[in-house]
Design a protein around this ligand. Structure first.
Ligand code: BGC
Length: 547
């Protein structure tokens, strides 16, 4: 606790954040590396499941020679229930991992939880690499899933809390960029090892996952804990110290003090509105308030979880998980790897554009326009697909799919992550972000499980063929309506100002809101020392190692 330290706030809305240097930008941006886990793990498994050596080892079937009959070749696959178990168990682990991480991040700190996530993930990777049968592989993916859940939820929280407001959107978009690089790396590594006739074919991609864990955990050891976590814990001196490091300011900097006082005042205010009393009530707080009030905790939780659901409803993972199968089935495409390489490359190369537009035009604007762009592209793909099956028509479909990926990668891909990091008030932020991330994985899993049944007649399903793009197009239309009515504009505001903006506007009027007062002024903290009684949240729990 910050015994005896005077924190003097400001009534000037323009001074609620201290200036930053390049070093501080770099520190915040490093955490984005966590996205690599997400991308690599969701990407590498589909390639491994199709590898000859892997299928041979896990099914006991001999690898069919070049002269084998079509029936033998078709039967040489991982059985569907096993395939679905291997793929979806990761999402199950991630779902629960993300929710659990919400608690851990409040108990032990954001940075510690991510490092813990890396350790859990590492154990899962070792088990997967050691596996030569279903049991160990599934256990390894479940455990790795837990780790990915920790990392994917808490990195967003951590980055949003440490980033300077002017570049917070761009920095969190860096996380999405890392996801896309993870997906690309996964397809390249699979491509490089798929023809090996030894266990290196699947063990190399699995073992490589460890590297991401080592780099992230190693890097985070040098980064400071989130100052907002220390404020929650009432450890104000530590909060001041880490904020000075993050903003690269000298000890005792008045600018840092003003920023910190605003965070403290906002927290005091939130705590007076929603008192905390025990573990279950802290979860229940995420669902309190009125459905009609855009600032209520309930509405913010619905916003975060539904935004991640809508992000999955755009159909993006249909392209990344099933795109190659889809285009191979349409014929005329001889090299499925090439298509997946093109789609993942478009994803990687477009994402950096979001760094600029998310700060220039704002979250709300780009998500409205991005949804519109996706709707148009998906309906065009559907219409071409049902009317023409010539080679040029298929090339046109691929071109529009690339354009659709461009719209996703520059808007909804990063935007959904940026907004969930910004809309929750500090007392429920870790849980709110955790629930929203869990929603992403839940819908990711639901879509992955359902899609095979609407793209193939096997197992009693229906093959919608290119008509499936009417479905994705219609869902993107819902995203457009959703964005217009429900996504608030949060650009350029501190997290505390976002809190106030949500109280005073509706999503449709939010873009015009300008900060007009500070929490420090309202809570009477502009001239005097912050009272020492801020240790109301789980007081007594120390987190010394985090500074
Ligand atoms: C989504 C993932 C998707 C990826 C593609 C992420 O934002 O949550 O499900 O695979 O973007 O780049």
């Amino acid at each position: 606790m910050g015994g005896g330290v005077a924190f003097v706030g400001t009534a000037d809305t323009g001074r609620v954040e201290s200036p930053v240097t390049w070093k501080s930008y770099m520190m915040c941006a490093f955490a984005a590396f966590g996205g690599i886990f997400f991308g690599f793990d969701s990407g590498y498994i589909s390639g491994v499941l199709a590898m000859d050596y892997f299928i041979h080892l896990f099914t006991g079937l001999p690898i069919p020679g070049p002269d084998a009959s079509a029936a033998v070749k078709n039967a040489f696959v991982i059985p569907t229930p096993h395939k679905s178990l291997i793929v979806s168990i990761l999402s199950a682990g991630t779902f629960f991992g993300a929710i659990l991480a919400g608690d851990l991040a409040d108990w032990f700190g954001r940075r510690t939880t991510v490092i813990l996530g890396c350790i859990v993930y590492g154990i899962g990777c070792i088990l997967q690499t050691a596996s030569s049968g279903l049991g160990l592989l599934v256990a390894g993916r479940l455990i790795a899933g837990f780790g990915v859940g920790f990392v994917s939820a808490i990195i967003i929280l951590y980055m949003s809390e440490i980033a300077p407001k002017k570049v917070r959107g761009a920095i969190v978009s860096g996380y999405q960029f890392a996801i896309t690089i993870g997906l690309l790396l996964a397809s390249c590594v699979d491509y490089a090892t798929e023809n090996r006739t030894d266990s290196g074919s699947y063990r190399i991609p699995m073992a490589l996952q460890l590297l991401w864990a080592l780099v992230l955990a190693g890097g985070l050891l040098w980064l400071p804990e989130s100052p907002r976590y220390f404020v929650m814990k009432g450890q104000l001196e530590k909060a001041a110290h880490v904020l000075e490091r993050l903003r690269d300011q000298p000890p005792g900097s008045e600018l840092v003090q003003a920023e910190l006082t605003e965070i403290i005042a906002n927290h005091e205010y939130e705590m007076s509105v929603i008192p905390q009393s025990g573990y279950f009530s802290s979860w229940a707080n995420c669902f309190r308030g009125s459905l009609t009030n855009p600032a209520s905790n309930l509405r913010r939780t619905i916003l975060g979880t539904s935004m991640q659901m809508m992000q999955q409803w755009t159909g993006i993972n249909f392209i990344f998980y099933f795109g190659t199968t889809f285009f191979t089935a349409l014929g005329t495409i001889s090299n499925p790897f090439l298509i997946s390489l093109i789609t993942t490359l478009v994803n990687v190369c477009s994402t950096p554009i979001s760094f600029w537009i998310i700060e220039r035009f704002g979250r709300r604007t780009i998500m409205i326009w991005g949804a519109l762009g996706m709707v148009v592209c998906e309906f065009i793909v559907a219409i071409i697909g049902v009317t023409d099956s010539s080679k040029p028509a298929i090339s046109a479909m691929i071109a529009f799919i690339c354009l659709y990926i461009f719209f996703f990668a520059t808007t909804w891909g990063p935007g959904a992550w940026v907004v969930i990091g910004e809309v929750f008030p500090l007392p429920i932020r870790s849980r709110g972000v955790a629930l929203s991330t869990a929603s992403n994985w839940l819908w990711n899993c639901i879509i992955t499980v359902i899609t095979p049944y609407i793209t193939s007649t096997a197992g009693g399903g229906v093959d919608l063929g290119p008509k499936i793009f009417f479905l994705w197009g219609s869902l993107c239309l819902l995203c457009l309506i959703y964005a217009y009515f429900l996504i608030p504009e949060t650009k350029g505001l501190t997290l505390e100002q976002v809190d106030r903006m949500l109280e005073e506007t509706t999503p449709m009027t939010s873009a015009k809101w300008v900060p007009h007062s500070t929490y420090a002024a309202e809570m009477g903290m502009t001239e005097k020392t912050v009272p020492h009684g801020v240790e109301h949240v789980e007081a007594g729990k120390e987190a010394d190692s985090n500074v």
